[in-house]
Each structure stands twice: as structure tokens, then as C-alpha cells.
Write a protein that binds this ligand. Sequence first.
Ligand SMILES: NC(=O)c1ccc[n+]([C@@H]2O[C@H](COP(=O)([O-])OP(=O)(O)OC[C@H]3O[C@@H](n4cnc5c(N)ncnc54)[C@H](OP(=O)(O)O)[C@@H]3O)[C@@H](O)[C@H]2O)c1
Length: 317
Amino acid sequence: MRAMNISLIGGSGFVGRHLIRRLVDQGHQLKILSRHPQRHREILLSPNVKMVKADPSDLSTLSREFQGMDAIINLAGILNEPKHNGAGFHRVHVELPARITQAAKSARVFRLLHVSALNASSDAPSFYLRSKADGETRIKAAAEYGAEVTLFRPSVLFGFDDQFTNRFKKLMEMIPMVFPLPGARARLQPLYVEDLVTAIASSLSKNVTFGQDYNLCGPNRYFLHEIVSYIAAQSGLERTILPFSGRAERFQARMMEWVPGKPFTRDNLASLGVNSICKTPFPEEFGISPTPLEQVAPVWLGPHADRYDEYRSLARR
Ligand SMILES: NC(=O)c1ccc[n+]([C@@H]2O[C@H](COP(=O)([O-])OP(=O)(O)OC[C@H]3O[C@@H](n4cnc5c(N)ncnc54)[C@H](OP(=O)(O)O)[C@@H]3O)[C@@H](O)[C@H]2O)c1
């Protein structure tokens, strides 16, 4: 694969941290645009990675920073918004992709990769999923000036530093004995973050992926309550999972919007109203079999997780 100059927006997040390592291994030169580069110093792990402070709401900044790039990867996203009216999602998931497309056009960048979400649709039940669908349209508009666009729609992602398994683990540590769970009967087909990274990194210069949208899932389907029970068992937490539904789950989601960090919201609950599962297997063109949760999660959830945390903090220095 030819080494490329690649700019990442949202590259400081969970997926970005994994993707950066992979792209550096492949010899690419990376420019990470971030609102707060000082918060992500651990990312500067190679002379091939440059982090630039950039205001993503400023079109001229994006156009300037995209000059000379071979590809742009957009990973910016939020799960919760400050107010609960869809405006926050619209800013990050719709206005930003529209600006990225415009800036890429003016900088003459002809390869765009964009991470959306499984079930993104204009008639989806949540602000999150509807805004993701709208954002896809904005990025796809780049095809009009001749850019090659690839979209990735992953199901929920897991990895040692995820906000999924680790969040449930933390919540269960805070709530003893009985753990009330909204959306317990939602079905999910979680994907390992490294498998998403494989798909993104290998599609950069793989012509067959140009103009394609990919729904991406792991190998197994679960009810949410099964995953939460698995996390509890792996973490040595004896918890009875109490599935909530109807009014009770909406009330609980509303209460959790007041917990610092908003671990769960009514909009998250609405997103769980559609099963996050794939109808088709992982696309053959990426040449991998997706990784089962049970193969890797014991490393960060299991009895030796403390030692793993220590190892990670040493590795970051
Ligand atoms: N994690 C999952 O389970 C999952 C599942 C399906 C889809 N996705 C999608 O995959 C993409 C990457 O997910 P992730 O888990 O890596 O996300 P993440 O860690 O939460 O954040 C990604 C980055 O988005 C940028 N960002 C946050 N708020 C922003 C704002 N208001 N304006 C501009 N940029 C903002 C931040 O970059 P700076 O602070 O450096 O600017 C942040 O590092 C997202 O689009 C997400 O919706 C994730």
C-alpha cells in the first residue's frame, strides 16, 4: 500500500486511538485535527503523527488543514447532547460532515472515509440515529465533485478502552446486588474495534470499497441483558440483572441523564428500540473473521484486569 497523507477528525477518540496505531504501522503520515490537543498528548506516539488544534466549526480552518491530504477520515461523534432536542447531534453529525465535504472540495481531496452508525435512518426512533443518516447524505455529496467516499456503519463497539463494557462494569460496581437495566431485550451484535480499524485502514486504497456503505457487526448476537450478565460474571460482580421496560425504563433513562457523564439517556433508549444487528456477514473484501467478545473481553474485564490497567498506564508513558 502506498503511504498517504491522511487527516483525521475525531481521531483523538476511542476508534481514533486504535486506528492511528494501525495507520502508523502501515507507514502513513497523519494529521489529527482536535479541539483540545493538550488533552490527548499520549496520542503523539510517532514522528508520523501530528496533532493540530483546530476548530471544526470553522470552514476556512478545515480547508487550510486539508491542503495536501490524500484522504480524510471523519470519526467525530457524540452519544449524548447537552440539551435533549437534537440540536447537539445536528451540529456534530450533520453540520460538521457538510463542512468537511465543502473543505475537502476546496482542498481537492478525493478520498473520504466516514464512520456513521448501524441503523442510521431518517425514520429511526432517536435523534442520534436520524442525525447520523443526515450526516451520511452530507458526506456522500462529495461524490458530486469526484471524491471516492466509503461509509462504515458499525454496531456497538468493544475494546479494552471502550465506553460500552467498561461503562456497564463501572455502573455495576456503583450499584450493589440488583442492577436495573433499561433496554434489556434490545438485540446487539457488537463489533471489536480492531476489526472496524482493519476495515477502515484496508479500504483506504482498495478500489472495491469506493462508493460503498458497510454495515459492520461482530460474529454473535445477544440480548443486552446477556451482555451485561457476562460483564458482571467476568468482573466477579454478583449482580441480579433486573430488566426494566415501559414507563419504568423511560423513568430510569431520565434519571440517568442527571448522573455526571450521562451514562444513559432517553435518546440512547430510543436508539435501542431498533435491534443493532446485521443481516449480512462481515464483508469478504476485508479478509477477516470478526472477533467474538468472549475471545478478548476477559483481558480487561477478567481477574487480571488490574494488572492490565497497570500495563496500559506504563505503555502510555
Ligand atoms: N463507540 C461505539 O460503540 C460506536 C458505535 C457506532 C458508531 N460509532 C461512531 O464511530 C465514531 C467514532 O466513535 P468513538 O467511540 O471513537 O467516539 P468518541 O471517542 O466519543 O469521540 C470521537 C471524537 O469526536 C470528537 N468530538 C466530540 N464532540 C465533538 C464536537 N462537539 N465537535 C467536534 N468534534 C467532536 C472528539 O475529538 P476532539 O475532542 O479531539 O475534537 C472525540 O475524540 C463516531 O462517529 C461514533 O458515532 C461509535
